[in-house]
Write a protein that binds this ligand. Structure first.
Ligand code: ATP
Length: 364
C-alpha cells in the first residue's frame, strides 16, 4: 500500500520541462528522498504534490485517491521549508496550535495535542518559549511538530537542513530519521546532498534534468548504479573517459583517454567495442598493495595526502597525468605513504563501473 503515488508527472515553464514524465510510489511509513543537483526539478515536483503547482500532465494519488482537484489546504500533505517559516511573533505553542485553530478544533483538544507532539519531538515544556529563544536544532523539531500535529499522510521536507551549520546538520540527519520512524509517517525529502539522502532514506530517487535516473535503496544506488550520472553523483568516484577496445563475455578492455589500459566487468549491456565510455572506480576499492596480481594496475607517484578522518585520501598522479583518489582506510598502515613515493594502484575489474558515454554515437 502506498501513501503517495505520482504517475507520469510533467511540469512545463514555457517550453522548459522542469519535471519530465516522472513516476514513482512511496510505501507507507517510509523515508523517501529525491536527490539531484540544483535546478533539476526537485522543488517543482514537491510543489505539485503539495498542490502549489498544477502539472501539465500526470496524476498524484495520496492513499490511492487522486488529489489533482484537491486544493493545497485540503490535501493530507504538509511541507517543511528550508527556512522553516515559523511565525516569529507567536510562541512555540501558538505556532504548533495555529493549524489546529484553523481546523476549528476545541481549545482543550488543541492543548492536549500540542503537549503530546512536543513530547514526541523531545521538547516537552517549551510551549511558552519564543521562537527566537530556540536553538537551530530545536527550531527544526518545532517546524516538524507544527506539521505532524495535523497528522498528515505525507510530510514533505524541502532541504530543511540547508541553513544549518555542518555539525548541527550531521546531528539532525540522524534525528530526522529517528523522528520519521517514531511518527511512522511517510517523509518525502528533497536534497542535493547525497550523504543526507544515503544516511536517512529507505529509498532514494536520483533526479537529473527533470527526470528520474534511478530509484533504489541507498545500497543499490551506491553498489549498482544504472547510469553514469548516478555513479558519479552518489558517493565519491574516480572517473575516466575511454574507448572500448574489445569485449569478451562480460569483460571489456578499455583504453583510457589519457593513456593506460584497464579491464572492466560490464554492468551496462549497451557497451560494445569501439564505444566511448565513462568508467568509475570508488577510492575504497583501490589498493596500493603491490602483491595483488589480479585485475587492474596503474602506476603513479603519490601527489598528496588529504586528511579527513575516516574519509582520508591519498592522491596519486599517474604517468599519464591523471589524479586518482585512493582511500586511506584501505591502507594497512605498516608502511606510511609519503608524497613522492612511487606506487602501484590495483583493483578488481568488477569494481569498475562502466557506462556508454551519454550523447555518444558511432559518428562521433
Ligand atoms: P534547487 O535545488 O536549486 O532548489 P531544484 O532541483 O529544486 O533546484 P526547481 O526549483 O524545481 O529545481 O527548478 C527546476 C527548473 O525550473 C529550473 O530550471 C528553474 O529555473 C525552473 N523554474 C522553477 N520555477 C519556475 C517558475 N516559477 N518559472 C519559470 N521557471 C521556473
Amino acid at each position: 500500500m502506498y501513501d503517495l503515488e505520482c504517475e507520469n508527472l510533467t511540469k512545463l515553464f514555457g517550453r522548459h520541462r522542469a519535471v519530465n514524465d516522472v513516476s514513482f510510489e512511496v510505501p507507507r511509513g517510509s523515508f523517501f528522498s529525491i536527490l539531484g543537483p540544483s535546478g533539476c526539478g526537485k522543488t517543482t515536483l514537491m510543489r505539485m504534490i503539495a498542490g502549489f503547482e498544477t502539472p501539465a500532465n500526470g496524476d498524484i494519488y495520496i492513499k490511492g485517491k487522486s488529489v489533482l482537484a484537491t486544493p493545497p489546504n485540503k490535501r493530507s500533505v504538509k511541507m517543511v521549508f528550508q527556512h522553516l517559516a515559523l511565525f516569529p511573533m507567536m510562541n512555540v505553542g501558538e505556532n504548533i496550535a495555529y493549524g489546529l485553530h484553523c481546523q476549528g478544533e476545541s481549545k482543550a483538544e488543541i492543548g492536549r495535542k500540542v503537549t503530546a507532539v512536543l513530547d514526541r519531538v523531545g521538547l516537552p515544556g517549551v510551549a511558552e518559549k519564543q521562537i527566537a529563544q530556540l536553538s537551530g536544532g530545536q527550531k527544526q523539531r518545532i517546524a516538524i511538530a507544527r506539521c505532524m500535529v495535523l497528522e498528515p499522510d505525507v510530510l514533505l521536507l524541502d532541504e530543511p537542513l540547508g541553513a544549518l551549520d555542518l555539525k548541527l546538520r550531521e546531528r539532525m540527519k540522524i534525528e530526522l530519521k529517528l523522528l520519521q520512524s517514531q511518527f511512522n509517517t511517510t517523509f518525502l525529502y528533497i536534497t542535493h546532498d547525497q550523504s543526507e539522502a544515503l544516511i536517512m532514506s529507505d529509498n532514494v530517487a536520483v533526479m537529473n534534468a527533470g527526470r528520474f535516473e534511478q530509484i533504489g535503496s541507498p545500497e543499490q544506488l551506491y553498489n549498482n548504479p544504472k547510469t553514469g550520472f548516478v555513479a558519479g553523483f552518489v558517493g565519491d568516484s574516480n572517473r575516466w573517459l575511454g574507448r572500448v577496445v574489445d569485449v569478451a563475455g562480460k569483460a571489456a578492455r578499455i583504453d583510457l583517454e589519457h593513456g593506460g589500459q584497464i579491464v572492466a566487468t560490464l554492468n551496462d549491456d549497451a557497451v560494445a567495442a569501439g564505444m566511448q565510455v565513462e568508467v568509475f572506480v570508488r577510492p575504497e576499492t583501490i589498493s596500493l598493495r603491490s602483491d595483488n596480481h589480479e585485475g587492474n594496475r596503474l602506476s603513479g607517484v603519490v601527489d598528496s595526502l588529504l586528511f579527513n578522518g575516516a574519509n582520508s585520501r591519498v592522491l596519486v598522479r599517474t604517468g599519464h597525468g591523471d589524479l586518482v583518489e585512493v582511500s586511506l582506510a584501505v591502507m594497512d598502515g605498516s608502511s606510511p605513504i609519503r608524497p613522492g613515493d612511487a606506487v602501484d594502484m590495483v583493483w578488481q575489474r568488477e569494481h569498475c563501473l562502466c557506462f556508454a558515454l551519454a550523447g555518444w554515437n558511432d559518428a562521433s
